[in-house]
Design a protein. Structure first.
Length: 88
């Protein structure tokens, strides 16, 4: 279950590009207004499609490691704000 969102534009960390909403916002409402947007390719994939793509490109061990690390990042992020969330 779940989905992944993408930008149609290559991510970069240049200061000059910080205001580029097409690079930093993955919402389809934003992306579809960008130059060269391909509605057929889309910017939102089911997680299963993403995982199958990554397995095909990088193999099962690397993909499993990536998904494990993403899971760890999410857990660490939630633990960091746990006290605030409980009292909110």
């Amino acid at each position: 279950a779940g989905f992944s969102r993408f930008s149609s534009f290559l991510y970069n960390t240049n200061k000059s590009g910080l205001g580029d909403t097409y690079v930093h916002l993955t919402n389809v409402a934003v992306q579809k207004t960008g130059p060269g947007y391909d509605a057929g390719a889309g910017c939102k994939w089911p997680l299963r499609s993403l995982k199958l793509y990554l397995i095909g490109k990088f193999g099962v061990p690397a993909t499993d490691k990536l998904f494990y690390e993403i899971q760890e990042l999410i857990i660490s992020s939630l633990l960091a704000v746990q006290k605030v969330m409980i009292h909110d």
